[in-house]
Design a protein. Structure first.
Lengths: 187, 216
């Protein structure tokens, strides 16, 4: 068994080094912290070890695991981490911005109140959009690209663009009904 | 009240909305389960269920962060998983297969050379991605190797293949400029394109190129 473990380690570490390097790069783009990455990589390490550690030719198994297998293992580990964090409560995934706690750029209480009222009006207008278009509008406003929306929902680019623009037209109409003038172009 | 700063662009409206979502930074009773978020990412379940999940995720700061986390993990695993698989293929490939792959790569360079001479209409600006192989039209393989020219400062690329109805049939992310499909495409007519991975900004992309997989 020790021989198996010794030969397994380099193969396992190669897979994990590749995965964690890319995960760090992706997480940096998403603004997640290194702690999240470390915890997940450790979880994936344990799962791969448990699944392959006692098999004959374990290092061969590890070295040749497919993209879909690693994908499933990593996502199921990530789901378990989220579940555990939710169970603990108040300890959910943090971004760099959470740690840095940037103060809003508002210049005073009046300005805050004004923005808060306006944001509430925008939210009410969004809530009134047709349900098939509403999530697309929300995603767009949160900065997700049309390509990401199309990929996530399995829609064509044309369908995504169509529903987004109709949703934005709905939003404009609802904002006008709220008494808010919105005369913007929607690229 | 003067809302001109926030309502004179879609970006301003987005800032207002993000501020509103961020203000609700505590788990709510309506929060969706991690499994529902995974189903959303994996496109499992009915569209109406996924839209309902998405609607909550995009209006709850806590769920949105968890969604982004799962999306990041899935993306990293896909990118990382592709590399060992390719290395394993090379280790095991018999000489004949290795020779045919070398020929395919050489053909790719030939195509690149021809394109440098100017033979393809590319959409957009000069900074966009130029496709290399497979050439437009009928493919000799049902699992072709896709390649394109690198562009400066791109951290990764997304290859997307669309079916005749323009629906996405394959989508894969790589840090490389070549990508081999893990499984064959069914016979049919497709078009494919490549875009760079960005953190939300408008990506540079290629033109579409046709691809036909003949019935065998």
């Amino acid at each position: 068994m020790e021989g198996t473990s010794d030969s397994l380690s380099p193969a396992l570490e190669r897979v994990l080094a590749n995965f964690s390097g890319i995960l760090r790069s992706v997480c940096w783009r998403y603004h997640f912290t290194g702690d999240d990455v470390d915890e997940l990589v450790q979880e994936v390490r344990i799962r791969l070890w448990r699944a392959h550690g006692e098999l004959a030719g374990a290092s061969e198994h590890i070295a040749s695991i497919s993209a879909s297998y690693l994908h499933r293992t990593a996502l199921s580990a990530a789901i378990d981490l989220l579940r555990r964090r939710r169970a603990r409560g108040g300890d959910r995934t943090q971004t760099i911005e959470d740690q840095d706690e940037v103060l809003p750029a508002a210049s005073g209480p009046d300005r805050d109140l004004e923005h808060s009222e306006l944001a509430a009006q925008v939210e009410r207008a969004i809530d009134a959009i047709h349900p098939s278009r509403r999530p697309v509008v929300r995603m767009h406003l949160l900065g997700h690209s049309r390509e990401e929306i199309a990929r996530l929902l399995g829609w064509s680019e044309a369908k995504t663009r169509n529903l987004l623009y109709r949703g934005l037209a709905d939003l404009r109409e609802r904002l006008l009904a709220e008494g808010v003038q919105w005369t913007t172009r929607t690229t | 009240m003067d809302h001109s700063n926030d309502l004179n662009s879609i970006e301003g409206l987005g800032r207002l909305y993000r501020r509103r979502v961020d203000a609700r930074n505590a788990p709510a009773s309506g929060c969706v389960s991690p499994e529902a978020m995974l189903a959303l990412l994996e496109r499992e379940g009915s569209e109406s269920e996924r839209l309902a999940t998405l609607d909550h995720v995009m209006s709850c700061a806590v769920c949105h962060r968890e969604y982004e986390w799962l999306a990041a993990v899935g993306k990293a695993a896909t990118e990382a998983g592709g590399r060992p698989a390719r290395e394993a293929l090379w280790r095991r490939a018999p000489l004949a297969l290795a020779a045919s792959l070398v020929a395919a790569v050489a053909a790719g360079f030939l195509v690149r050379g021809q394109m440098r001479g100017g033979g393809e209409t590319v959409r957009g600006t000069t900074g966009d991605i130029v496709l290399a192989a497979p050439a437009a039209g009928v493919s000799s393989s049902d699992a072709p190797v896709f390649s394109w020219h690198p562009i400066g400062e791109a951290s990764g690329y997304v290859l997307e293949i669309q079916g005749a109805d323009r629906g996405v049939v394959r989508s894969d992310t790589t840090a490389d400029t070549t990508l081999r499909l893990p499984s064959a495409l069914p016979a049919g007519e497709y078009r494919w394109w490549v875009r760079e991975v960005t953190d939300g900004s408008e990506p540079r992309s290629s033109a579409f190129r046709t691809l036909k997989i003949p019935a065998r």
